[in-house]
Design a protein around this ligand. Sequence first.
Ligand SMILES: *[C@@H]1O[C@H](CO)[C@@H](O)[C@H](O)[C@H]1NC(C)=O
Ligand SMILES: *[C@@H]1O[C@H](CO)[C@@H](O)[C@H](O)[C@H]1NC(C)=O
Length: 353
Amino acid sequence: MTEQSPNRRWPKFRTIFTKISLGIVGFYILVSLILPIILIVHPTSIGHIVFLNFLKPGINFTQPEKFGLDRVFNFYLNVEPTVRVGVWHYRSPLVADQSYTTDQDYFQKYLVSQSSAIPIVIYLHGNAFDRSLFNRRGICEKLRKELKYDVFTFDYRGYGDSTGEPTEEGLITDARYVYDWIHNITNGQRKIYIWGQSLGSAVACQLAARLSDDESKTLAGLVMEAPFINLHQALQTHYLALLFRWQPWYYGLTEKALHKSKLAFQTRGHLSNINCPCVLLHSDDDYTIPYAHSKQLLQAGLSVRDHNKKEKKLFHFTIDMISFHSNGYGHSLIYRSPKLIPALKHIIFDEDL
Ligand SMILES: *[C@@H]1O[C@H](CO)[C@@H](O)[C@H](O)[C@H]1NC(C)=O
Ligand SMILES: *[C@@H]1O[C@H](CO)[C@@H](O)[C@H](O)[C@H]1NC(C)=O
């Protein structure tokens, strides 16, 4: 018997390696051919990629305690006859515990009378999955714990257990409805902040811009976490886009497809209509929406502020940015930063209640 030489294994490895490499290259070429055809033949399919709301693990949201959440309440709001959105209310630790019922009286009684000095944050999440995702629970818990505010978050139409199909206008309508509902139920007595992450920041910005038309609905502040200039730009700089954007079809076809699908999310353009303090949060190791987006939004915001001043517009718009450097927070984990809430308290949030 002869011992098997280790060298004899190499040719086998080499063929496996070659096969895998050829497979990857083949797949890449295939996608490069198919993607432009899909965008030409069925441009509105780009909406599925933008919203990713088909990622639904079939969660039951009625018992937030199953997610380790204490004093979080689930209820539903009917935005339109065919659109019902699921909401989670993280109740402020400053409000005495009451037995919870889902009727409107509960909110009238406990949101208004007991807690008129406690501000509210409405958290607007990004694309894919739902209000129960770990980082979304993480930030809502943190806001409630460190600020002692009431926090509301919800799933836009077509996400989680909310009915309907997402569109840009639909997402803004849902956010506006939740805002109006909270504003009504609290008789406009509570300060309301809007916090949006990623795609949610684009919804938040447009909601804030629309609310500035109505003097009775001034926002206390707007936080945009990992925002982007506009959706088309975001599709050019996403790490997956780096594979395709050098190909001549990519820029033009994505632009046309977004246009056909009525998807713009023009955050930069809407800054000029905002009438409240605004803070941008971005991590420099975010490869989904690169850091440069916030730097450009900051520049745009500063010129909007100067322009408002020159035109003597009575806007309370200010813009700041908090950067996170090489902390590994990436696109979704800024909530883990211990300096996040203290820094925001300096800029927009009320000091300790
Ligand atoms: C979710 O769980 C609750 C309580 O166990 C149950 O009553 C309800 O029917 C469930 N909902 C769905 C959609 O499965
Ligand atoms: C809020 O109140 C206004 C005025 O009463 C009403 O028109 C509107 O439908 C209410 N909106 C919500 C979401 O409750």
